[in-house]
Design a protein around this ligand. Sequence first.
Ligand code: HEC
Length: 262
Amino acid sequence: MSAEDSKDRIKGAPRKRWVNRKMHDGREPFFPNFLLKEWIAGAMFLTAFMIWVINNHVHLGSIANPSDSTYIPMPDWYFYFLYQFLKYFPGPDLAWGTVAVPIISILLLMFVPWLDRGKSRRPIHRPIAATAMVLFVFMSIWLTAEAYQQHQYEVSGSAGGGTKSAAGGLPFAVSHPTSTALLNTSMPGYTVFQNTCSGCHGTDLKGGFGPELLGIGNEATSSQLLPVVKKGFNPNMPPAGGLTSSVQIQQVVDWLATQTQK
Ligand code: HEC
């Protein structure tokens, strides 16, 4: 092994004398060495990912509502960069963003073995590939952040009145609590709720035509709920759910504000 060889060896890759004496340049056989390493890394990642998913439940958003025209759809976060990228190709240029650039990128990736024929694996000896990768990583992160910020801005713009907007355009994001027992059922607002609101929000607050309200007390106080309930949601929820007595409206929001199921 010359000094030159050892320089190009990727750290952690077996030295050639452990692998195959006939391979003179620090390469290693694809099978089984390389495949086994890939497999171990994949298995470790999958296990860690499964543990993470089991311990971090993703909460469902609110029920899909076709008549909500203020809802701004967004792709999953790992596609934010593509989503943002498309915004820079408006109108007739759209074909560039949706077809041309992705196809050119894929073709470039396919032709890498012919485009970059250098033997060295050190990034510093491969300036074009290294620069392309740094640029790609940088652009992905930047576009993702940009998409996220613009979305936050659009959502806060469409909700109006400074109310924070939950997924699906609702003012309060209830997080589908695990405890579902109704609290303080002796309060007068409980009866008002059962008589007037439960038809849409469920006698158990779990929702139906209207969204789930379990745990809404964690998100809103009665003074925050009052204007929202009073106004209603045209056309889905009549003002105050149809209540006319301001005493009863106050009672029902007071009761809702105590529903702090976790
Ligand atoms: C006709 C059905 C209907 C009735 C009756 C009704 N709601 Fe609603 N409510 C809805 C719908 C639907 C929404 C979701 C708004 C939307 O889709 O635009 C909603 C939303 C809400 C929200 C906002 C939830 C959130 O997560 O931000 C609150 C609070 C609420 N209703 C309280 C009440 C109360 C209190 C009553 C009784 C006084 C009531 N509703 C009666 C249909 C109803």
